[in-house]
Write a protein that binds this ligand. Structure first.
Ligand code: AMP
Ligand code: MG
Length: 486
């Protein structure tokens, strides 16, 4: 039998009726060259490329040679971009199909940058090596930080130039996600397809992602609640590590609750709630601290597409949906204090812990302290750096914190152990990401990229070189801009 690398496709999305997707093949590329193959992820997916020729692997991950039983489609979707409704769809992406992993999980295998589709509008359907390497690095980092995310299986160069503000090498990313159903997919279905097809899609989504809801009385309301819960957890996790998605449009929010489509994303170094690096986010709509509110806004859009299925009586449907949306904010606030309390090593969550959280947040903001490093300093009083020691307000706060911690079961050592599990030592520092990407995509020099990627695989473990990743060059972030990087 021909070597099939372990692919096991079962393409359920393609069985949906007309209107949900277009059948599109990836457009062959001139000179396929494999740059990265994620062996950890390949193993988890039950894929083995060790017995396949290098050239064939490159051909597979550029779409020149389709894996057995792949049935490529581009998905139709719409979305609110910066608050405005637009028809979108996979303009440069193709879902090869759904692969079933050895543990029975279903994953979309998607190419990004594989050529024009019926949804490309004026775009070329292609992607730059720079932006595909960026997605590879950040998704791998998020995964190891323990945050739900789409993952990257491979990056391959096409051998063809991509024209943006300058000429870039073109590349294709193979993205793996539990699905690519977005809030924007529901918006598309609600606005453009029949009530019957809306029902079909609701059934499909519930069956694929939340099958336990099948038995519940109000499945649509159940779905809204479940997605709200997943998204609350996701945005809380982003706030935990200082992640700024950068373009939280409704088409970039997945029904599964995974981080997805984080093109111009970045990390906050100095604590400032208004941090936004994306060049297109002029009004800072998607700034760090706006993210929970934006997620809530996006969920309200999602709720709107479900109303006819929540109740025949529109008024009743609206009321029920509004309740779910309204309770998002207080629930997020509660969870945020709980999460911050854990970052601070507290084993209980009361008034005292909340006050100490508020105080350290406002101190970090005032003194522009590094968000990641501050929690490491708090946990390690014996190694407090000079500039923290010199700050009277920090010292006072730390004495109060210490008094609370010492009264807890296990004292400081137990608190430190817990803190080490939730506070990363390493995050992808913006300047290191840019340096690594520029050298890799510009000069073909992957030394820095490889080192950074390797270190980010152990973000919670002390590594002797860790100090380097905790230093941010003064002034870098003030100038820093990220781009949608298509
Ligand atoms: P994103 O910013 O990645 O969420 O993309 C927004 C929309 O633009 C989606 O419909 C994409 O498919 C589309 N798009 C982005 N880049 C390109 C491109 N180079 N060619 C065609 N469509 C694109
Ligand atoms: Mg998108």
């Amino acid at each position: 039998m021909k070597n099939n690398q372990g692919w096991k496709f079962d393409n359920s999305y393609k069985k949906l009726s007309q209107g949900f997707f277009s059948i599109v093949d990836p457009i062959p590329v001139e000179k396929p060259e494999l740059i990265f193959l994620n062996s950890r992820l390949a193993d988890e997916l039950g894929l083995d490329f060790s017995k396949t020729d290098h050239a064939d692997v490159a051909a597979i991950f550029t779409g020149n040679q389709l894996p057995y039983a792949a049935e490529p489609i581009s998905q139709a979707y719409a979305g609110h971009q910066f608050g405005h409704f637009t028809m979108l769809g996979d303009g440069r992406a193709i879902v090869l199909g759904e692969h079933i992993s050895p543990d029975g999980k279903r994953y979309d295998i998607q190419f990004k940058g594989s050529g024009r589709t019926p949804y490309s509008r004026s775009g070329d359907g292609r992607a730059t090596l720079y932006s595909m390497l960026r997605e590879y690095l950040i998704s791998e980092s998020l995964h190891h930080l323990g945050i739900p995310t789409s993952e990257s299986l491979a990056v391959a160069e096409t051998g063809q130039p991509v024209y943006r503000e300058t000429v870039h090498p073109g590349a294709i990313l193979t993205r793996v996600a539990s699905s690519h159903i977005r809030i924007g997919t529901f918006e598309y279905v609600y606005r453009f397809l029949s009530r019957k097809k809306q029902q079909e899609f609701l059934n499909y989504t519930i069956n694929r992602h939340y099958p336990d809801l099948e038995e519940t009385e109000n499945r649509a309301l159940g779905l809204l609640k479940r997605v709200a819960e997943k998204q609350l957890n996701l945005v809380l996790e982003w706030m935990r590590i200082g992640f700024i998605h950068g373009v939280l449009n409704t088409d970039n929010m997945s029904i599964s609750g995974e981080s997805i489509d984080f093109g111009p994303c970045s990390f906050m170094n100095a604590f400032d709630p208004s941090t936004a690096f994306s060049s297109v986010d002029i009004n800072k709509r998607y700034a760090f601290s706006n993210q929970p509110g934006i997620v809530q806004w996006n969920l309200a859009i999602f709720a709107g597409t479900l109303l006819p299925f929540i109740d025949d009586d529109e008024e009743k449907a609206r009321k029920a949906a509004e309740e779910v949306i309204r309770e998002f904010e207080p629930r997020f606030n509660d969870e945020w204090y709980r999460m911050m309390g854990k970052k601070l090593g507290f084993s209980t969550s009361g008034k005292q812990e909340k006050d100490l959280t508020d105080q350290i947040i406002s101190w970090m903001e005032k003194s522009k302290a590094d968000y990641t490093n501050t929690f490491l300093v708090i946990a390690n009083p014996d190694e407090t750096p000079g500039h923290f020691k010199a700050d009277q307000e920090f010292r006072n706060w730390h004495n109060q914190w210490r008094a609370v911690i010492e009264k807890q079961h296990g004292g400081l050592s137990e608190a430190r152990r817990r803190m080490a599990q939730i506070n990363p030592l390493l995050i992808p520092r913006n300047h290191l990401v840019e340096e690594a990407l520029t050298e890799a995509s510009g000069d073909g020099d992957y030394a820095k990229f490889d080192t950074l990627l390797e270190k980010l695989k152990n973000p919670y473990r002390e590594q002797w070189e860790a100090k380097e990743l905790q230093f941010v060059p003064p002034g870098f972030d003030e100038q820093y801009k990220t781009f949608c990087g298509t």
